[in-house]
Design a binder for this molecule. Sequence first.
Ligand code: MN
Length: 155
Amino acid sequence: MNSLTLGEYKAQRNFDETPETEGKIKKSGKRLTYVVQKHQARKLHWDLRLEHEGVLKSWAVPKEPPTEEGVKRLAVAVEDHPVDYAGFEGTIPEDQYGAGTVEIWDRGSYEPEKWKEDEIIVNIQGEKLTGRYVLIKTRFGGKENSWLLFKKKSK
Ligand code: MN
């Protein structure tokens, strides 16, 4: 995964119309941001975002992210978001990309244990999600952007 990829994010939005952040690439700090935003768009979904190389790597999860082991969720990789998007809550206007309401469902920080092209393991310290989580690329249904998200046993 490469960084400096906010082009798609910016291309999709009109910042004169949407209350969302225009965003910049963040210099990496020690505490990496973790957030899940519940997004009531045309279809309800949960946006999982993990800070990586100055942006928020993002996945849309169609069902509530699992707090327990043994539940696997589809997670569809979507465009990178700016790190300061993690604080965003509000209403995206009707005629804008992602129109609907966004609320922070969970937030905190995380530590990466493994970050590869097709497998990511992170230790999440949120309020709802805590512990080791895995994202594995599946190409489910022949789709390049399909991942599976699940909680893994602690070491
Ligand atoms: Mn979304």
